[in-house]
Ligand binder design. Structure first.
Ligand code: HSE
Length: 303
């Protein structure tokens, strides 16, 4: 096994997971991208960060991108003599927009590109499986890898799968991002071990409807984004986000908690619906709001 000379650069999209009823299974890639560059060096480890995480995340073997790269090199059979990594982060951290998945996907993708013939040694299915193993659930890493709307899950043997769905080109997104973070670990810790059968049944129907709504029935998005499995349980960690979701939904806007929160994702569905500018105007003080297109592509090499 040999390494490629010179730097490799990749860009990876932000992602919004769950989309209401699709807890740990549905996700959407958004047009907001972190860029990462890495190259094999003679020795040592040099990590540089620009943007989110600068001055906050560890610049050593604990760095999430480095951990993902190490796991990928391990899978490919050999660690490089040294490594240089540079990350330009525009995806906010701990807001429910898939920053950790972007780091993991960026890491596994970079490491595979740095190995000559890496794509033959580790195919896309194996890369998805490795990324999801590192993240623990697949609904962010799958759209970060594949782009667009993705349905993903885990089989009984522990392996992960992902299938792309389609998105009606009329559909766009507005994200309303609170100033304070909520960790995914804390948000998952609020979930009950068991849920009522009626809630599970309601979510299964809504998740199935959402696949159809995104594919070409945007008029069904409000009904299709109802959730009973996670959002209410997470209210104590993000009461303002839940209040905003409820206020928007009362006005007919298909709004949900993005991933594990606290960002609010509102879907826009073209003529006749609440406009993007009306949604941006609903941004609470101290929050950041932006309109984002759906990113049709996932992680890509930048030349
Ligand atoms: N499905 C995950 C959760 C997404 O809601 O905990 C976390 O990014």
């Amino acid at each position: 096994m040999t390494f490629v000379q010179g730097p490799v650069r990749v860009r990876v999209p932000a992602t919004s997971a769950n989309l209401g009823p699709g807890f740990d299974t549905l996700g959407l890639a958004l047009d907001l991208h972190d860029e990462l560059e890495a190259e094999v060096a003679a020795s040592g480890l040099l990590v540089e960060i620009g943007g989110y995480g600068d001055g906050e995340v560890p610049l050593d073997e604990r760095h999430l991108v480095v951990r993902a790269m190490r796991a990928t090199f391990e899978r490919l059979g050999k660690q490089p003599s040294g490594l240089r990594l540079s990350c330009t982060n525009v995806i906010p951290h701990a807001r429910g927009l898939g920053s950790s998945s972007a780091a993991i996907v960026g890491g596994v993708w970079l490491a595979r590109e740095l190995v000559a013939g890496g794509r033959l040694l580790l195919d896309d299915a194996a890369l998805l499986d490795l990324a999801a193993q590192l993240e623990g659930h697949p609904d962010n890493v799958a759209p970060a890898l594949l782009g667009g709307f993705v349905i993903s899950g885990q089989d009984a043997d522990g392996s992960f799968w992902a299938v792309p769905g389609s998105v009606d080109p009329r559909i766009g997104a507005v994200v309303l991002v609170p100033g304070s973070p909520v960790s995914t670990e804390a948000a998952r810790g609020l979930l009950p071990a068991d849920v009522p059968h009626a809630d599970a049944a309601a979510n299964a129907g809504r998740a199935a409807l959402l696949v159809a709504a995104l594919a070409g029935h945007p008029e069904e998005l409000l009904r299709a984004t109802e959730d009973r499995l996670h959002q209410q349980y997470r209210r104590p960690a993000m009461p303002e986000s839940l209040a905003l979701v409820e206020a928007l939904r009362a006005d007919g806007v298909p709004a949900v908690i993005s991933g594990a929160g606290p960002t609010v994702l509102a879907l826009t569905d073209g003529p006749g619906s609440v406009t993007t500018s009306e949604l941006l105007a609903r941004c609470p003080d101290g929050w950041d709001a932006r309109a984002l297109a759906i990113s049709a592509t996932g992680a890509v090499v930048v030349h």
